[in-house]
Structure formats: structure tokens, C-alpha cells
Design a protein around this ligand. Structure first.
Ligand SMILES: Cc1cc2nc3c(=O)[nH]c(=O)nc-3n(C[C@H](O)[C@H](O)[C@H](O)COP(=O)(O)O)c2cc1C
Length: 443
């Protein structure tokens, strides 16, 4: 490990928490989540703790589930990620703001313009979590009967990202002369029309936005399948990933870095952040009791529905919930990234379907540590060595879990020289230690 290498820290931003039952906790507010105040409060906790970024996720609820499952679902009172980003851009000062935008349903021009605008509004702190959406009921909101097949979604995503990056490079940094005397607004040689014609998109350009403060907003990718890894290695500045064991995290880390090198990139220019749900308390027993209290609030029907989704959209109804997880489950057309870690966990511990659902529904299958601050820092340090550049926190309850992490884990990481004590730069790229892409003319 390189001496002096600093850990990157991000966190999901959700109003009540990322644990599925967070909203049912006795101390959770019972009002709706369509207000800005809780988000701002959480953002300030993360910014005071010097986090690199916040992720505003966007996974629509599965509205095709039977009504008895649907009524248990808490995903309906959310805010649009870009609107939230705009509001946070002008109310925070340092923290990176990564919003999710789907390559399956959006169009490249509008994504390019929104994220360029977010980068301007935030002074260079915007990031785009580009996801391929597998949610059937969301597809039905976008004039599709069903989502495209997995590899076809990535085929579209590859072209989508190229168009977005091309549009972000529409103008040289010094293109806009705005010469009052001559009336010339921009230099013709500073304009680069894209003229893109591909299998999915036809986009001429230019973007009606000057080059953004970071050159280009930060691109985030979170797929772990073969095409997901290739897209990440080719275009992503930051990769989010989920692992249950350090061996699997190290394999993934090595693999992404090797693939990035294969695309002619510096592997250090791709920051891999492993998702981590931290439950902090004064003793390990207290932390585990705190997590147990939340897990006990997950409804079994919802737990099995979530497990089905996490396994890639597999129909679990033919299988007995109390029998061991079958080793020949079909694949499903949904996301594949969490399937293998879950099946590995079931095999390791010989779990039944319902046990696997109970163990993983609350934390959505993310690596979970319920322990003291220093023990959690120990694990993070171990994984940081060869398995990750940092961690994306999946705080079970917000702002409580983030506050506890900030109070007990961050100072421990700082004492060990693993985490910053001051923001190094003013943009997300500079804080992450990523280069600012050169303007097109210089490339
Ligand atoms: C930490 C993390 C955060 C994610 N956030 C989102 C999200 O907000 N919206 C979404 O549609 N998918 C999200 N995903 C899913 C991935 O973007 C990806 O679509 C999914 O893993 C399927 O790709 P794969 O089959 O290549 O693994 C997330 C994944 C991870 C690991």
C-alpha cells in the first residue's frame, strides 16, 4: 500500500436511513420525506465529517408487486435526485453531490445539460451515477413494456456515456469571448459539434452550457457484471461495489484496475468505494443489539420480495421459504451484482431462503459491521489495503448512524493517518485526487 494514501468516504443520502425498516424505528420521524430539511441536516453532518461525497440513489419501487407487499414499501415519498442536488449545491460548500441518472430511460442531451448545470451551481462538486435500470415497473413509466435485456442495457449505456462526454466537451475553456465591441459572443474555433450517429442515439450538439468547473462532472458506475465492469473500467472516475468478504473485494479491486489499465487508463484514476453499513456503539454487543432491533422490524413478506430482487428478479414462489437456498436458482433479467455474494453467504452458512432474506433484506445485501468505532476502523483499514480506495456508507438510520460514525470512526481513521483532517481542494475531483480532464483541443 502506498504510504500516505488517503481513504475516500461517501454516504448514501436518504431522509430516514438505508435500512429497510429505518422508518419503523420508534425514534424515526413519522412525517413524509418530501421536505428538504432532513436532507440538508444529513449533508451537513457528512460535510462536517469531511466526507468526499453524498450519493443520491434512485431505484424506483417495484409497483407491480401484489398490493399486500406494496403497502409495506417505503419508496414512494422521495424527491427527484437532480432537484435535490440543485438545492444542496447552494446550501453546502465542500461535499461532492452524486446524483443517479438512468441510461435506460433518460436521453444523453438532457443528462449532459443537467449534470453540467449541477457542476456549475455547486462550483465543481457534481457527479453522475450512471445506472442501467432493470426495474420492470419503472420501464412501464417510460413507454416500455419491460426493461431491455441486461447486455442490451449496457450496450445503450456505453453509447449514452460517450455522447454525454462528447457533449460536455462542446466548448473550449476560452471559447466564450463575449466581445462587446465586435458583438462576437464566442470564437468559432472554440466550438466542437458532436455529430454523433450511433445504434441508439443521433445527437448533433453543441451543449448549451460552457465547460464545467471540473472539466467534466465525475462519472460513477456501480455495475459488477462483466459489461458493468467494462463500462466502469473504461469511463468511471468512481466505482461503487458491494462485497461480503475481503477476498471478493480484493479480486474486484484488482480486476477493475487491470481492466482500466487495459483501456489505457491510469488505474489510480479509478476510485473503488465498497458499500458498508456501519452500526456503531460503545461495545460490540450493544451495536449488534441495535442492528437486531432494526432487523426485527423488517416484514417477512417484504424481506422475501427484496431477496427476489437482489437475486436478479428471480421468482421465489416455487421454493419453500424454510428449505435451504437451492443451488440451481434461475438467473432472472434483473441486476446481477448482488446475486453471487448472497448465494455465497447462503452456502457458507447453510441458510434457508427466509433466513437469507432476514439477514440481508434490512441491509440490502451490503457488507455490515456492527461494532465499536475502533473495531470498525480496523476492518476498514484491512479492506483499504488492496481491496478498496474507500467506502460508501449505507447508514442504517439518518442522521443518527452518520453522527455516530462521524464521532467514533472518523477520528480513529484520522489518528491512523488514513483520512483527511481538512478538505484538500474545492472540487470533487480535487478532493478525490482525480485529474481534471483536459479540454478537447489539448487532447
Ligand atoms: C452502492 C451501490 C449503489 C447503487 N445505486 C443505484 C441507484 O441509485 N439506482 C440504480 O438504479 N441502481 C443502483 N445500483 C445498481 C447498479 O448501478 C447496477 O445497475 C446494478 O448493480 C446492476 O448492474 P450489474 O448487473 O452490472 O451488476 C447501485 C449499486 C451499488 C453497488
Amino acid at each position: 500500500m502506498t504510504a500516505g494514501r488517503k481513504m475516500r468516504l461517501g454516504s448514501f443520502l436518504t431522509a430516514v436511513g438505508e435500512h429497510m425498516a429505518a422508518w419503523r424505528h420508534p425514534d424515526a420521524p413519522s412525517g413524509d420525506r418530501a421536505s428538504f430539511r432532513p436532507y440538508l441536516e444529513i449533508a451537513r453532518v457528512a460535510e462536517d465529517a469531511l466526507f468526499d461525497l453524498l450519493l443520491i440513489g434512485d431505484v424506483g419501487p417495484n409497483s407491480d408487486a401484489p398490493l399486500e407487499t406494496l403497502v409495506l414499501n417505503h419508496g414512494y415519498d422521495r424527491l427527484d435526485p437532480m432537484m435535490l442536488t440543485a438545492a444542496l449545491a447552494v446550501t453546502t460548500r465542500h461535499i461532492g453531490l452524486v446524483a443517479t441518472g438512468s441510461t435506460s430511460f433518460e436521453t444523453p442531451y438532457l443528462i449532459a445539460r443537467r449534470f453540467a448545470s449541477a457542476d456549475h451551481l455547486s462550483g465543481g462538486r457534481a457527479g453522475w451515477n450512471c445506472v442501467t435500470t432493470s426495474n420492470v415497473s419503472m420501464a412501464r413509466n417510460f413507454s416500455q413494456d419491460a426493461p431491455a435485456a441486461h447486455d442490451d442495457r449496457y450496450d445503450r449505456a456505453e453509447e449514452f456515456v460517450d455522447v454525454v462526454r462528447g457533449l460536455w466537451d462542446s466548448w473550449d475553456d476560452d471559447a466564450f469571448v463575449r466581445d462587446k465591441a465586435s458583438g462576437v459572443y464566442f470564437k468559432p474555433e472554440g466550438l466542437h459539434l458532436l455529430h454523433h450517429v450511433g445504434a441508439h442515439f443521433k445527437v448533433r450538439g453543441p451543449l448549451d452550457a460552457v465547460r464545467s468547473p471540473q472539466g467534466r462532472p465525475v462519472i460513477v458506475q456501480a455495475g459488477s457484471s462483466e459489461p458493468g465492469r467494462n463500462l466502469a473500467a473504461r469511463v468511471a472516475d468512481v466505482v461503487f461495489t458491494t462485497h461480503q468478504t475481503i477476498a471478493s473485494a480484493r479480486d474486484f479491486y484488482r480486476d477493475i484496475r487491470a481492466r482500466a489499465a487495459g483501456f489505457g487508463r491510469d488505474p489510480d484514476a479509478v476510485k473503488v468505494l465498497v458499500a458498508l453499513m456501519p452500526v456503531v456503539d460503545a461495545t460490540q454487543a450493544a451495536a449488534q443489539a441495535k442492528l437486531g432491533e432494526l432487523d426485527a422490524l423488517v416484514h417477512p413478506t417484504l424481506a422475501l420480495a427484496r431477496l427476489s430482487h437482489a437475486l436478479g428478479g428471480v421468482d421465489l414462489s416455487p421454493y419453500a421459504p424454510d428449505a435451504p437456498v437451492p443451488n440451481n436458482l434461475p438467473k432472472g433479467i434483473g441486476m446481477q451484482s448482488r446475486r453471487q455474494p448472497l448465494l455465497d453467504l447462503a452456502a457458507r452458512e447453510n441458510l434457508t431462503l427466509l433466513q437469507l432474506a432476514g439477514r440481508t433484506a434490512g441491509n440490502r445485501g451490503h457488507w455490515t459491521l456492527a461494532d465499536t468505532g475502533s473495531a470498525i476502523a480496523d476492518h476498514m483499514q484491512e479492506w483499504f489495503d488492496g481491496g478498496a480506495d474507500g467506502f460508501l456508507l449505507v447508514p442504517p438510520r439518518t442522521p443518527e448512524s452518520l453522527r455516530e460514525f462521524a464521532a467514533a470512526v472518523v477520528p480513529e481513521l484520522q489518528r491512523r493517518g488514513l483520512f483527511r483532517t481538512v478538505y484538500e481542494g474545492s472540487t470533487l475531483r480535487s478532493n478525490l485526487g482525480l485529474p481534471c480532464p483536459a479540454p478537447r483541443r489539448a487532447r
